[in-house]
Ligand binder design. Structure first.
Ligand code: KG4
Ligand code: ZN
Length: 354
């Protein structure tokens, strides 16, 4: 821990990796003083998914406003801050660059330390916000639009991937199936809602397995099975029930995510299990994991839905722990669209590996 890093340090988090422009002020790595999110969802809904260039243009338009609001709601000014944390990957390069350039400009002009944060590590750190007593080690299921991973959090900033998807991410499967059954974008919340009216046993969809990697995920077979089912209905001139397909598909995803998570948690002997990412706000997944963890005697923690989907509070939290460990970024910090979990590019400990 660097001597100058205060326990109650104020960090401004900035997030712009996809279609949310967000800024947040976090105190002491746990207390969220403000959490401002400008969602571009309505804009992208017109096109059935995120259009990268439109996302970048909207970020540039909104980012100053969102940061100003985050500071105002936290009742502070830039001079009260101790550091700035920004998502620098993974994500859409043009979108990431807006946040990175903004963070660098503020850090330079205000003479504040800067640190680049991994978006997915941020999602995992969202669990610290509402569980003040949560400390590593714990196992975390990360399920978002681009990731489906089981990650062992060994310590603050120390991550080991236990399982990954071999094809689609869980969120991606939700989005593709939603589009196929006419629910549109964003798929996850719409399937979650439609499934409440449906029968999850109406259609028997496959539960993907990966030969030789018992914890890994595969969702492409499930997605194809849904598409085949819909084609079959069309060819027979039959209607299909949107709610039944949504419920049967969601049940298949939830079953696999829950089973693999609990198996890994049991085998690794973990006492605490967490979830993160947009799919972690899924109502069936949360209750299935709660039940399974209760059965196994494992503590189950999860962020509120607002901290599951993209936000900047999670970046402020992750940034706090990066700062505390001594990490800093310079004015050469760049966006890294394909950044891997645990990897650092342009984030270093001064005097050590700079
Ligand atoms: O974490 P996130 O906001 O952005 C990424 O980092 O990708 O996750 C977005 C993903 C989308 O695929 C969206 O459909 C999914 O999370 N999602 C959900 C729900 N809410 C969002 N999936 C299932 N059920 C939900 N309630
Ligand atoms: Zn995300």
């Amino acid at each position: 821990m660097t001597a100058e890093w205060k326990k109650d340090a104020l960090v401004l988090g900035i997030e712009s990796s996809c279609d949310e422009t967000a800024a947040s002020v976090v105190r002491g790595g746990r207390e969220v003083l403000s959490n401002v999110i400008y969602s571009q969802i309505d804009l992208h809904t017109l096109y059935g998914g995120v259009v990268p260039e439109i996302a970048s243009r909207k970020h540039i338009e909104k980012i100053n406003q969102v940061i100003r609001q985050a500071l105002a709601e936290a009742q502070i000014t830039l001079s009260d801050l101790d550091g700035i944390a920004v998502t620098y990957g993974p994500g859409l390069v043009g979108a990431l660059l807006v946040g990175v350039a903004e963070a660098k400009a503020i850090a330079y002009a205000s003479d504040l330390p800067l640190v680049g944060v991994h978006h997915i590590e941020g999602h995992i750190c969202a669990n610290y916000i509402e569980h003040p007593d949560l400390e590593p080690p714990f196992l975390c299921l990360v399920a978002s639009g681009g990731h489906s991973h089981l990650v062992m959090v060994r310590d603050y900033g120390s991550y080991e991937i236990i399982a990954r998807t071999h094809d689609d991410a869980a969120g991606e499967a939700f989005d593709k199936v939603a589009r196929a059954i006419g629910l549109g974008y964003p798929g996850g919340p719409k399937i979650d809602r439609a499934a409440r009216e449906g029968d999850s046993h109406a259609i028997e969809f496959p539960r993907g397995k990966v030969e030789g990697s018992p914890y890994d995920f595969s969702f492409s077979g499930l997605k194809s099975a849904v598409l085949n089912y819909l084609n079959g209905c069309r060819m027979k001139g039959e209607d299909f029930s949107q709610a039944d397909v949504a419920a049967s598909f969601q049940k298949a995803v939830v079953d696999v995510l829950t089973e693999h998570s609990v198996e890994a948690a049991r085998d690794l002997g973990v006492k605490t299990f967490a979830i993160a990412g947009g799919v972690a706000s899924n109502s069936w997944l949360r209750s299935a994991l709660q039940e399974a963890c209760d059965r196994e005697g494992i503590r189950f923690v999860h962020p509120s839905p607002v901290y599951c989907t993209d936000n900047a509070a999670m970046i402020g939290v992750a940034g706090y722990y990066e700062f505390r460990a001594g990490y800093r970024s310079g004015t050469d910090l760049n966006a890294v669209p394909g950044l891997k979990i645990g990897e650092k590019q342009g984030v270093f400990i001064p005097g050590k590996n700079a």
